[in-house]
Write a protein that binds this ligand. Structure first.
Ligand code: 6R9
Length: 647
């Protein structure tokens, strides 16, 4: 029996949406999606209001996804200009530095507008035009949001690359979209350690495929020394300071691209997930308001990095479109100590706190005292995102962080979905620890078996969506066929999420994790194929197979099996070197947690690696290998089992 946490009556009384209203909206959204989403679109300021609401077909022969097709708007105007009449002096962003001794910054809507306009003018002066791609490789500083919105203002398509990615990863992403300009900083700081961002960009731009980059704008952040290569490299302040404080926004069609964000899939090459302007902004703004029951007085803090989709939708576009005050945090949960999150909550009187299960699990390990030290009295709502939250971690979050008085919204979504799809509404939905609960209005999840047959009632299956929502991605940048093949071919007529899921007797959804070759490490998606490619790019490696295994803090860890080229010696030094190699190729987040030498890999006679078996060995469950009769050489497995990681 799972425990149920009923909606708090006091919370519901103040909430925008209660149970009856959720049911009404959900029914209305399914009965007449055009009317429902047409009405929701009114929350955005349009130059030209859309009359065409949705134009969607998932049929392979007649495939299209368009929302608000004849609408015209500008995303930065919606996030900035339209607030100036009513809340110019309201704080848009509160910036909290890595080092708690560094004073926080409060940036008003007026100031943010000016800063965005100045950068937008500078970008135009540097020759960036509507449709050009701009790569943003910045730490969690205000300029990251400024850069995104400045691109949006002039119709340039931003591609934010997470500051933890390596030069090779930057180069891959720059070359895939033929970026014209990169915005970076001298260095980032996380947990007291410097991150050499500009040096990483320099290294990336020495790699093939990056010659499209004409300009690198460098924000002076730490003041650390960097090499400036003129005329390519320009100091941000030097080009931005003298610009005018207003900037004519570009009139964008709703279906014009807003941004590309690279994410891992089941093949080696990251996908450039493309979101467009109108549908994405409507969806970001709508879901940010309803999921967090947003009030004008809220101080809202999402701890994600802007390098991930959560930062795009729920730090920048959603909150700013809604005129909210959002906290932007440069640091990490355990620096200078494990009370940091709660100290920041008290310092800025945060009312809504949104983080990832991996952070909750890590902090849970440190006990209750570091939490209890802080008052947390300002909090009224908690949220999680990124991976399934174990019921035990949920209860700790609820009982200790939330003093058993705060609702938790467990929001299930993906880079591809643009915003939350399955999530409680805090004034409407009874909660069950570990369940993302019910679909938001307009969202139609379904479960199918391996053959694509619809499953009804309480059942386990693959999670698909039967119909579109405005925030859905529109294409894989430069590879529309890959978009269709990846998401719409597996179970024809539906969008396949790649997630497994259970539905219980109350219709609640319980995400069970990825069913494809994607590992979720601390909420970050890593394709097994990417790590394998990195390993195989080492001159001593012949072959590698990578799987996920259960990890207490990270959710999943990375387990790599490596076969060396004949004649090469296995050694502890080489093992360390290979782990370093992966860090260098992809970034620290892709470091294998465990690497096992594999004289051979289990393969079928047709040469396919049998990952199912490797997964069981990695899980330390050698008695559950299942059917091994199709193996070309069963003795390979015995040897792997004998040398597996124990404990
Ligand atoms: C927003 C984001 C997407 C994958 C997704 C799923 C997992 C995200 C979850 C969750 C269970 C939640 N996921 N939120 N699983 N409960 N509340 O994380 O996007 O980085 O693209 O990852 O993350 O497996 O398919 P993204």
């Amino acid at each position: 029996m799972t425990d149920v946490y009923k909606v708090d009556a006091a919370f519901a009384a103040r909430a925008g949406i209660d149970k009856a209203e959720y049911q009404r909206q959900y029914q209305a959204s399914v009965d007449d999606p055009d009317a429902f989403w047409g009405e929701v679109a009114n929350r955005i300021d349009w130059y030209r209001k859309p009359t065409q609401i949705r134009d969607v077909s998932y049929a392979l022969e007649d495939f299209r996804i368009r929302w608000y097709g004849d609408g015209e708007l500008n995303a930065s105007v919606n996030c900035l200009d339209r607030h100036l009449a009513t809340r110019a002096d309201k704080t848009a962003l509160v910036w909290e530095a890595d080092d708690p001794a560094t004073p926080a910054k409060h940036v008003s809507y007026r100031e943010l507008h000016q800063r965005v306009c100045k950068l937008a003018n500078a970008l135009r002066a540097l020759g960036v035009q509507k449709g050009d791609r701009v790569t943003i490789y910045l730490p969690m500083i205000v300029e990251a949001a400024v850069a995104m919105l400045a691109c949006a203002r002039i119709g340039a398509i931003h591609s934010v690359v997470f500051g933890g990615f390596s030069p090779t990863s930057i180069a891959d992403r720059v070359s895939d979209c033929a970026s014209k300009l990169i915005i970076t900083a001298d260095e980032g700081v996380r947990g007291g350690r410097k991150v050499p961002l500009k040096a990483n960009v320099d290294a990336a731009l020495k790699l093939p495929g990056t010659t499209t980059v004409e300009t690198v704008l460098v924000v002076r952040h730490t003041g650390g020394a960097v090499d400036m290569q003129m005329p390519r490299d320009r100091w941000y302040d030097a080009v931005v300071d003298a610009q005018p404080e207003t900037c004519e926004p570009e009139r964008m069609n709703a279906e014009d691209p807003l941004f590309i964000l690279y994410t891992s899939g089941s093949t080696g090459k990251p996908k450039g997930v493309l979101h467009t302007t109108g549908g994405y902004l409507v969806y970001a703004s709508y879901t940010h308001e309803v999921v967090f029951d947003l009030k004008d007085s809220d101080i809202y803090w999402c701890t994600a990095d802007v390098g991930w989709v959560t930062g795009h939708t729920y730090i920048v576009y959603g909150p700013l479109a809604n005129g909210a005050t959002a906290v932007m945090f440069e640091g990490v949960p355990n620096y200078p100590d494990v009370s940091r999150f709660w100290d920041v909550v008290d310092k800025h009187k945060v009312t809504i706190f949104y983080t990832a299960p991996t952070a909750i699990r890590a902090l849970m390990r440190e006990g209750d005292a570091p939490v209890k030290k802080a008052s947390r009295a300002s909090l009224r709502l908690l949220g999680t995102v990124g991976e399934p939250i174990n019921p035990e971690a949920w209860r700790w979050y609820h009982d200790v962080v939330g003093d058993s008085r705060l609702p938790i919204v467990d929001t299930w979504w993906q880079t591809e979905t643009g915003g939350a799809l399955i999530s409680p509404l805090p004034g409407a939905t009874d909660l069950k620890p570990g369940s993302a609960t019910l679909p938001l209005p307009g969202v139609q999840p379904a479960l199918v078996d391996a053959n694509g047959t619809r499953l009804e009632g309480a059942v386990d299956g693959n999670l698909v969506l039967l119909d579109s929502w405005p925030g859905q991605m529109r294409t894989v940048y430069g590879d529309h066929q890959r978009f269709i093949d990846t998401y719409f071919k597996t179970y024809p007529g539906t969008y396949f999420t790649g997630d497994g899921c259970r539905r219980d007797a109350d219709g609640y959804y319980w995400i069970t994790g990825r069913v494809d070759d994607v590992i979720n490490v601390s909420g970050h998606r890593i394709g097994t194929a990417e790590v394998e490619s990195a390993l195989v790019s080492h001159p001593k490696v012949a072959e590698a197979a990578v799987v996920g295994f259960p990890h207490d803090i990270k959710g999943q860890g990375i387990y790599a099996y490596v076969t060396l080229i004949a004649g090469e010696q296995e050694s502890d030094e080489l093992l360390k070197e290979l782990v370093q190699h992966v860090r260098k190729e992809i970034g620290p987040i892709a470091s294998p947690d465990f690497l096992q030498w594999a004289p051979g890999l289990p393969k079928t006679r047709s040469g396919k690696i049998m990952r199912r078996i490797l997964r069981k060995i990695a899980e330390n469950a050698p008695d559950q290998l299942g059917d091994t009769s199709t193996l070309a050489d069963p003795s390979v497995v015995d040897s792997l089992v004998k040398h597996r990681r124990i404990g």
